[in-house]
Design a binder for this molecule. Sequence first.
Ligand code: UN1
Length: 516
Amino acid sequence: LPLNKEINDVLHQLGVKEHNPAYSTGLAWGGQQDRTTRSILSPADGHLIATVNVATAEDYEQVVLAAQEAFKAWRKVPAPKRGDIVRQIGDKLRQHKEALGKLVSYEMGKILQEGLGEVQEMIDICDFAVGLSRQLHGFTMHSERPQHRMYEQYHPLGIVGVISAFNFPVAVWSWNAMLAAVCGDVIIWKPSEKTPLTGIACQHIIRDVLAENDLPEGVFNLIIGDAEIGSLMSHDHRVPLISATGSTRMGKKVGEAVGARLGKSLLELGGNNAIIMTEHADIDMAIVAIVFGAVGTCGQRCTSTRRLIVHENIYEQVKERLLKIYPNLPIGHPLDSTTLVGPLIDKDAVAAFKNALEKVQQEGGRLLTGGDILSGAGYETGTYVTPAIVEAENGYEMVQEETFAPILYLIRYSGEVENAIEIQNGVRQGLSSAIFSTNLLETEAFLAHWGSDCGIANVNIGTSGAEIGGAFGGEKDTGGGRESGSDAWKVYMRRQTNTINYGRDLPLAQGIQFNI
Ligand code: UN1
């Protein structure tokens, strides 16, 4: 347990206690005393927060059996009643928002405001899912045959496997899990091995709600494991849908395994998100969006702003503004309310940050600010870095890559907005994009079908910080999946077309005569 009393209290408030016994079902996050363990250290101060048992293949098997059993009951619960369970989960999350937000912040390293924002996303998706539970509708169609009617229904799929990443340790799971739950599915969640504690805290919250409603815990399952568990899930035909968030490399592996068994996958992978600033941009507004997008969450969102494509007429002015702000960014402990930039998740991430900066400079990039690893009081972990800005060309190999760290590539363009759009689309990823311009002709060109090729295209808003009401995801190497709002729920259900004959004859479709 942590040295930090505040976090200790938080864990206790969330029901996560020392030597927690194994659960009867949905358990495999720990409890078994003979398992390999993993120490969870905070990237903020390096303190040991907890030790967690790592699940084995046998544990996974038990969880699948528990989930299968729970599915039999859960699918028969009417959808609006399932919605009511999700409402109760949302209520509990509201009660624990402060504590869970703190734990997210301390375990992952994002600042408290963003930790709280992440819990708010969970609450919001619960509300969304409650309403959705009465709106899982399909179409009705007119039949070509007399006294026939056709309609379609959406039925639960079964087990939905959710593989989530460290950077949004709980929100992205909740987008999937809450929708899947109202759709009548049961969930097996493998959180990132880097941030399992917030997952354990959520499992406690949910377990209480399920118990209060006499429902089996197997509706929501948690498994703490490594890539081996992810691979078991991906290859498992008993798990009809895998929703995976993470790197493109990981997503390709998952997609291949799931595709080989003709399962469904929902992939939300890397981004290489750009903001375009035309000469008609409101620079003051844009600066806020750029800095939040590039250094928020220490550059570890899939939606983080990685490239800034600026018209040559305002380029120097924008650069100057950013170079005044960057050196003064408050970098420090994420629970300190004055901090805007917390640590990177671990030393591997710091190495990737340094490596990208070195390589891009070899390619001709000019490091304008940042790029240092901080040391001294408060920075003993070696995970705190100064956000970097690099003048670069879009074609550089490193600019084409997603480096999960606060590096902003400044790219100059000239001429029409189409030139900027071409640069923005000229990467393999296609998650989020934004334009700052007060000129309608430019913003509409950006949104046109020959405009941005990303899943998210914003006008006068940055690339990160999407609301849950829209479908979230992107194209190309980002994987094509959509989760969260709009009609993303459909992927969690199987669609069935029903044709009903209420006459006394059996006419065949297409007018076929088949006289026997
Ligand atoms: C992610 O980084 O995986 O749009 C999700 C955003 C957040 C979600 C990011 N609402 O930045």
